[in-house]
Design a protein around this ligand. Structure first.
Ligand SMILES: *Cc1c(COP(=O)(O)O)cnc(C)c1O
Length: 546
């Protein structure tokens, strides 16, 4: 054999090996796998560096554009990943990481995910996902029942019906919202006479046929940005998503909503959908859903509830009444990868009427044939992983009462933290938690006093200094790597609706203790003292006033 022939044979053999022979248990990869499965949190804690590196530094490790010409041993590559990637990853499961909706996962998720990836089922069609397709339909049925509470015969009739869907499983809340609005749009602008429907003829012809001057989607000013993306993709346009002001509790003002519906109708702009938010991303508040449903009915439009974050609250008998009226919605978005503790890539939308998805039905010759039970005929996404298995498993392992405990604890913890903030003289609670999200800021007692006794111009000056201080503290805290809260800018009624920078906290990690919350405040107060610019200026203002 020539040298090149031998090399080719060696390559072929190693290619065969990577598909057939697992790494030995005593290899680097084998040991890492074992460590991860024994104690994932410990493993992550050991390998994620505490100190944060500048993004521009990290980028240098990911700068080369050439695809390697030389293969690497898996174990060697694993070392590379641990050093370059894992070390600078964000420790989202840390109990002191309380800034975003991504939190810890139950331990059983890891082996189950491995099984899911190993099976590599494609949910677009039955031919690649027998058993997974019925499972996903069952999960959608369970979630549908959680929202709409129909009786068992209803589910027996529709759960596995080929031409119906109780919902659509997808990668997250964004696609779930888009799917809901897609269904709403196609049902509104449906075929009629010679007109073949918006799905076939497009929006221009649809508006001409129905003689509308445009479409609009109405949601509170706390609505999620995914709604604008959806309006953009659906051809309705981002500017047609109309923000309705909220009251002091971040809930949509129904009077203003009704007025806007009337105003648009008078201009011959058709309201496509009214969207209630059940758990706003920034403050966790829930819109008055029952009243919104009435308005939607009055104006004959689709009523969607974006419960991507708050939907899981329905699992708590104690708190589910917070979402009263959700059962009146035509469609509801829920993210399992938020408060259901499933890894990312698990969103869903359920439809009150199982026949409504017919409006987005698609067929192809080689799959998704008419009358088939292929899920892909009613989903935006094509190839899709078997994430529903992880939701299914979690619903069984944790069960409804287990979820109730998790939800109740998170809400209690948020109330505890809110009390802590209110009792601290140098912190100001901005939004009181309804679910487990709250916002606040560092604001020394003397400055709070000054704010309360200043005119509008004085308040603006103080608030803009406080904004800078909030930003400074939040950044320093993140860089320190001990704990993390996020920051956002929201209109605060108390300051005449001024957009104010605040800390945002999401208390969903069951391992976050009260002590950690005490420490977070202490650390923030300490970091504020280190601000050489903004805090002294604020204190000077306060002193001048005395
Ligand atoms: C998170 C969230 C979304 C978007 O969900 P993704 O899973 O990030 O796509 C939409 N709406 C609300 C209210 C959310 O909290």
């Amino acid at each position: 054999m020539t040298v090149s022939k031998r090399a080719a044979k060696a390559t072929e053999e190693s290619l065969h090996r990577i598909f057939t022979i697992p790494e030995a248990p005593d290899s680097t990869l084998g040991r890492i796998e074992q460590e991860m499965s024994q104690n994932l949190t410990g493993f992550l804690g050991d390998h994620i560096a505490a100190k944060e590196m500048a993004l521009s530094e990290i980028e240098k490790d990911f700068a080369c554009s050439q695809i390697p010409e030389q293969p690497t041993f898996v174990s060697d590559h694993m070392h590379h990943l641990l050093d370059k990637l894992v070390a600078q990853s964000v420790h989202t499961s840390s109990p002191s990481f309380i800034g975003h909706m991504t939190s810890a996962l139950p331990y059983f998720i890891l082996p189950l995910s491995k099984l899911m990836v190993g099976l590599n089922q494609n949910l677009v069609k039955i031919e690649t996902s027998k058993a997974f397709t019925p499972l996903e339909r069952q999960v959608l049925g369970m979630m549908h029942r959680l929202v709409y509470r129909n009786d068992e015969p209803f589910y027996q009739e529709w759960m596995h019906s080929a031409n119906h869907s109780l919902g659509a499983f997808c990668s997250g809340g964004t696609v779930a919202n888009l799917t809901a609005l897609w269904v709403a749009r196609n049902n509104l602008l449906k075929p009629e006479g010679d007109f073949k429907g918006v799905a076939r003829e497009g929006l221009f012809n649809a508006l001409k046929h129905y003689q509308y001057n445009g479409l609009a989607i109405l949601v509170s000013s706390r609505g999620h940005y995914s709604l604008k993306k959806s309006a953009d993709v659906l051809g309705i346009g981002q500017d047609s998503v109309i923000a309705i002001p909220t009251d002091e509790n971040n809930k949509v003002d129904c009077q203003k909503l009704r007025e806007k519906c009337q105003e648009l109708t008078d201009k011959n702009i058709r309201v496509l959908s009214i969207i209630g938010v059940a758990g706003t991303t920034e403050t966790g508040n829930i819109d008055p859903l029952t009243e919104m449903a009435e308005i939607a009915q009055q104006f004959h439009c689709h009523f969607h509830v974006d419960a991507a974050w708050g939907g899981a609250t329905l699992l708590s008998d104690k708190h589910r009444s917070l979402l009263a009226g959700v059962e009146l919605a035509d469609s509801v978005t829920i993210d399992a990868h938020k408060q259901m503790y499933v890894p990312m890539g698990a969103g869903l939308v359920v439809f009150k009427n199982p026949a409504s998805v017919a409006a987005i039905e698609h067929h192809a010759e080689y799959i998704l044939r008419k009358g088939s039970k292929d899920l892909g005929s009613h989903t935006l996404e094509g190839s899709r992983p078997g994430m529903a298995m992880l939701v299914y498993a979690s619903l069984h392992v944790i069960s409804r009462p287990g979820y109730e405990l998790l939800i109740n604890r998170s809400i209690e913890k948020a109330h505890y933290f809110a009390d802590l903030i209110e009792q601290h003289p140098d912190f100001e609670l901005i939004t009181r938690p309804e679910l487990c999200i709250l916002t606040y800021r560092y604001n020394p007692a003397v400055v709070q006093y000054l704010l309360a006794h200043s005119d509008k111009a004085g308040q603006d000056k103080i608030n803009s200094l406080l904004d800078k201080l909030t930003k400074y503290v939040q950044k320093r805290q993140r860089e320190n790597g001990k704990s993390f809260v996020s920051r956002t800018r929201i209109e605060v009624q108390k300051y005449q609706g001024r957009k104010t920078l605040v800390f945002r906290v999401v208390l969903a990690n069951p391992l976050t203790s009260n002590e950690i919350l005490v420490d977070v405040l202490a650390e923030q107060a300490e970091l504020a003292q280190e601000s050489r610019n903004f805090l002294p200026k604020l204190l000077t203002l306060a002193n001048e006033n005395e």
